[in-house]
Design a protein around this ligand. Sequence first.
Ligand SMILES: NC(=O)c1ccc[n+]([C@@H]2O[C@H](COP(=O)([O-])OP(=O)(O)OC[C@H]3O[C@@H](n4cnc5c(N)ncnc54)[C@H](O)[C@@H]3O)[C@@H](O)[C@H]2O)c1
Length: 437
Amino acid sequence: MEENITIDKPAGKLGVLMPGLGAVATTFIAGVMAIRKDIARPLGSLTQMGTIRLGKRTDKRIPLIKDFVDLANLNELVFGGWDIFAESAYKAALNAGVLDKELLDKVKEDIEPVTPMKAVFDQNYVRKLQGEHVKKADTKYDYAQMLIEDIQNFKEKNNLARMVTIWCASTEVFMKPHPVHETIESFEKAMKENHPAIAPSMIYAYASIAAGVPFANGAPNLTVDIPAMVEFSRQKEIPIAGKDFKTGQTLIKTIIAPGLKARLIGLNGWFSTNILGNRDGEVLDDPESFKTKEESKLGVLEYILQPDVYPDLYQNLYHKVRINYYPPRGDNKEGWDNIDIFGWLGYPMQIKIDFLCRDSILAAPIVLDLALFLDLAQRCSMKGIQEWLSFYFKSPMCAPELYPEHDLFIQLMKLKNTLRYIKGEDLITHLGLEYYD
Ligand SMILES: NC(=O)c1ccc[n+]([C@@H]2O[C@H](COP(=O)([O-])OP(=O)(O)OC[C@H]3O[C@@H](n4cnc5c(N)ncnc54)[C@H](O)[C@@H]3O)[C@@H](O)[C@H]2O)c1
């Protein structure tokens, strides 16, 4: 295959802006600094440690992904963001309690200068939080203009060549798509009228796209997953992706469920419960924020198992997800799954999973990969929804006429085939008959 897409070189610095300098964002920033200093390895990051097979299995061409597609180098990343608390990334990381003080002190000089800009915040959308480090303006449109200015100033001040924005702030209350989300005109009008259907996360997304900066949404909020934003991103030729980082229990679910389905094993019930005690857990203790998360978590099995296609196996599946705020655990979540399955002749069996996981440790490499891949997408002139990044999301965005692809293995194949496509390499189908001719 010919190389069919022009990829601009990743020359110069790449700014990574994050609304929300909390547990995930600071674990990501501190981690990248530790990797730069060679005191840690980029475990869990496909862009840093992943390889890609090219050509036939006998060709033995298996480069690292970062070399194959020429991703931005970690030394070229510059971090920034917004938060409703003014503390530095060092202080916020200490408070989050994910990484040891000993490790944080080794990167203190690098992360202490990362301080948040004033946030666009409204407690109506995150009821459990209250902060003073916030902007003041008359309309939501004015807030967007202030954010655009922040982005431009950050770019200038740090002499950046390119930027990306990744939403790492708290989960907002559950919102349904509203008629004002339909077109960019109705959306802008609604911002000017302070319409309640415009959440702060949407204002950040709007500002980012308006400033020419790709945007990914790590939380389950609607944010960019509305027609107005999709249209705006296509108009401005900006890649967007979302939503809700796929970590923890949902990651495991999308690993196990495709396996059970592959072997035509039936499911009666899947009960998932969690305890976690970080600020994210506290925010999710509010039923309205939990509902946003619940919707994002529940869809996964439905789409993977396709009960309409396999009624005998999955029609009667009872799926329940619970999140319980339990402060003693901090960021170290425990997730239990009880899975009631049935096999040959309908005989029942059970699977129990007890996942002692660390949420932000699983999320940090996703932020890194999304930053580098969104930058790649922009350098390849890709615009609008980047479905090939579904691999990273619990609730992947896709074209309106499609259903989202949740199976982790199909998502990975889609991602790697997209990279092969960009570089003009043959796509891999795994047919393999040619080896036996
Ligand atoms: N850790 C994971 O595994 C995981 C997985 C999927 C999704 N997420 C989502 O990622 C987000 C971040 O998670 P976290 O554990 O870092 O949470 P966190 O509470 O530690 O950090 C969120 C930060 O966002 C700030 N914030 C809230 N509203 C803001 C606004 N409007 N503008 C700027 N800052 C704002 C808060 O002050 C806080 O510092 C959450 O929405 C969470 O649901 C996390």
